[in-house]
Design a protein around this ligand. Structure first.
Ligand SMILES: [Zn+2]
Ligand SMILES: [Zn+2]
Length: 271
């Protein structure tokens, strides 16, 4: 866990340089208020992540010790395989986040900006550990990867994704056949009807191609944000309003079963 946070900390100068370059070239996509909000969300997300991992590590170690299928030695081949498998699991986590109210209440934070720049990557919900993002990584622990390696790989995947949050730079047409690119991910953040619920990839776009959720940009400029409402540039509005709406919708249900069912239903309007 600490290794994972350390990876992101080590890379933070690279993130800052990228933001500096983008600020010079695409100043119009930044506002000081929103940048501060995104930074605040990133920091609170990191704190929540560290606390959650401290709480969950004993469980991960117990599962690894008692249920690991293979004894995996640390070698380049196994680490590359871990990266690919985690990216596959990330695809399903991300796809589920768009298909289920419970997960969307956390993920919507990332989509609630009407701008696209590197700071959008930092715009994350501190509720991810509570909604159970970590459950998606359990297969890797059961397979035999140590919890430390799993979380290091999760952090590397997250670090890669920082760089797909920009409108700057080339289209990466050749690389974009296999990898997620800014063009592919800008489409993911768009509310244009044809772009909704597409391109869930973390690092490898091949998952979208295999599971039929891929769309390439057709040249229409993405309109960023979410379709259900416009969020204020406010820490509490962005973070808590999705939960307030979800809880009030659940309470409006006739009984506990339809209430619970609603948590797992597809959000009525998502992108
Ligand atoms: Zn998304
Ligand atoms: Zn994104």
């Amino acid at each position: 866990m600490v290794n994972a946070e350390f990876i992101l900390l080590l890379l933070s100068p690279v993130f800052l340089i990228a933001i500096g370059v983008e600020l010079r070239k695409r100043k119009q996509s930044y506002s000081f208020k929103e940048f501060s909000l995104n930074l605040g969300l990133a920091l609170s997300h990191q704190v929540a992540d560290i606390l959650a991992m401290l709480a969950l590590m004993p469980l991960f170690y117990w599962l690894h010790k008692n249920f690991a299928i293979f004894t995996i030695e640390l070698s380049l081949g196994w680490v590359i395989l871990a990266f690919i498998l985690q990216d596959f699991l990330y695809y399903w986590f991300h796809r589920a986040s768009h298909q289920c109210n419970w997960l969307w209440a956390a993920h919507v934070v990332h989509h609630s900006s009407t701008n696209m720049n590197f700071s959008t990557a930092m715009r994350q919900s501190l509720f991810y550990p509570i909604v159970g993002m970590w459950i998606f990584w359990l297969p890797l622990v059961i397979l035999g990867y140590t919890p430390e390696l799993v979380f290091a790989v999760v952090a590397l995947n997250l670090a890669f994704q920082f760089f797909v949050h920009t409108e700057l730079g080339p289209e990466f047409k050749a690389l974009g056949k296999i990898f997620n690119t800014p063009t592919h991910h800008c489409v993911h953040h768009a509310t244009n009807p044809q772009y909704i619920d597409k391109n869930y990839a973390g690092v490898l776009i091949i998952w979208d191609k295999i599971f039929d959720t891929f769309i390439s940009s057709n040249g229409e400029a993405p309109v960023y944000g979410v379709t259900e409402r416009e969020y204020k540039i406010s820490f509490f509005d962005v973070l808590l309003t999705p939960w307030r709406i979800l809880i009030s919708n659940v309470r409006r249900q006739n009984n506990i079963f339809t209430g619970v069912k609603l948590l797992f239903k597809k959000p009525s309007k998502v992108n």
